[in-house]
Design a binder for this molecule. Structure first.
Ligand code: F6R
Length: 379
């Protein structure tokens, strides 16, 4: 039941701190896993053969799960130093990459029933059958429904801990998928020794703070995003910009808005804007820029400045209130100051809220948007 929330989507957005807590408890609380013999501070229950001689990872997914996979790629490459490709399942199944040895193939699907994702995994299994050992398929599923078709198809699962999601637009299942990727990337980094012990500890410490930070974020942003929604209810186009680990969050912000409010929105890596999309910008097209302090902060600010010079109204998702950032943004949606590496878990929240409030303001059926279904079981 909706427990006082107007829609399931809003209730599920508010359940996200709990989802992160449940994930921390399951993946990172070694005390609760006395059977864990690897000494890794992470326990996702994967047998060692999944990691043995690993050279490459390929991930197949659709929609929001594909966005989670892009964050996963960033983590797997930057923390565990494993070359990682992310493919749309619908593309991969008809034009797979050439076979690479010692490759882990991950299917990410919250429902565990998405036809293209299942077919891509089945194709991978089949084309590697009978090959020499290093070319044999190693399949891993990341799903919120271990009892699903995916669960029956792959030998290993990381179970995401979102609980049942009713709103068609994925919110808490996305956060749960991100948590699974943090756990996987850190576990691999631990076993491959690609990360100094102190850095690993720092990241774990940061992750443990995230539920409180999400709670603070929700509290401070609810009214703010509602106000913005009021102003943007009639807007017809939006651009979302992010770079690095927050580029997939820009894509996700745009997808949420499209899905439930039927407003045209595009997400771009901020540096790519000048290569075409900048021609769209004028006073009628607001730009939401995700600007988290870290490796690409100045770059995002300077890309946002380019948008502002075209008269776009600039909305900043940033913890920086004063200085240059404070001045360039017309509207600020403040998020807590967290390590860039962990920031996607926080920056996605205001984008979910913004999409929600715009759709609600427009009087739309937020939980059951037109033309969409919770699981897409046809090609
Ligand atoms: C987005 C959304 C869809 C799904 C996509 C994949 O809000 O709901 O884009 O993410 O259909 O679904 P799963 O994860 O079930 O494979």
């Amino acid at each position: 039941e909706k427990q006082g929330f107007k829609h399931f989507m809003l209730k599920e957005i508010y359940e996200q701190p709990g989802v992160v807590r449940a994930s921390l408890e399951a993946y990172f609380n070694t005390n609760s896993h006395p059977e864990n013999s690897s000494n890794s501070p992470i326990n996702i229950g994967l047998p060692t053969e999944v990691y043995a001689d690993l050279e490459q990872i390929q991930i197949v997914a659709c929609g929001t799960s594909w966005h989670a996979a892009l964050v996963g790629k960033y983590l797997l490459e930057q923390l565990a130093q494993i070359p990682t490709q992310v493919q749309y399942a619908s593309e991969f199944r008809y034009a797979p990459s050439p076979l690479t040895p010692n490759t882990l193939t991950i299917g990410v699907t919250q429902s565990g029933e998405t036809a293209d994702t299942l077919a891509a995994l089945a194709m991978e299994q089949e084309r590697r059958q009978g090959r020499e050992p290093k070319y044999q398929a190693r399949l891993l599923g990341i799903t919120n429904r271990p009892e699903s078709s995916l669960g029956h198809m792959v030998p290993h699962i990381i179970n995401t801990l979102a609980g049942i999601e009713i709103g068609v637009a994925a919110t808490k299942t996305f956060i749960a998928q991100l948590m699974a990727f943090y756990a996987l990337a850190l576990d691999l980094a631990y076993s491959r020794q690609t990360l100094p012990h102190e850095s690993l500890e720092d990241i774990l410490k940061g992750l443990r703070q995230i539920p409180k930070e999400i709670e603070a974020t929700l509290e401070s942003q609810e009214k703010l995003t509602e106000q913005l929604a009021h102003e943007f209810a009639e807007t017809t186009d939006f651009i979302f910009l992010g770079r690095g680990i927050n580029f997939p969050i820009a894509l996700e912000g745009a997808l949420k808005l499209k899905e439930i409010s039927y407003i045209h929105a595009e997400g771009y890596p901020a540096g790519e804007m000048k290569h075409g999309p900048i021609a769209l910008l004028d006073a009628k097209v607001p730009v939401v820029a995700i600007a988290m302090p870290g490796s690409v902060y100045e770059k995002v600010i300077s890309n946002a400045q380019e948008a502002k010079a075209r008269d776009s109204r600039l909305i900043g998702v940033t913890p920086v209130k004063d200085g240059e950032a404070g001045e360039i943004f017309n509207d600020l949606i403040p998020v807590s100051f967290v390590d860039e590496l962990l920031s996607p878990i926080l920056t996605v929240i205001p984008l979910q809220l913004l999409a929600y409030h715009i759709a609600a303001r427009r009087g739309l059926d937020v939980d059951q948007p037109r033309n969409l279904a919770k699981s897409v079981t046809v090609e």
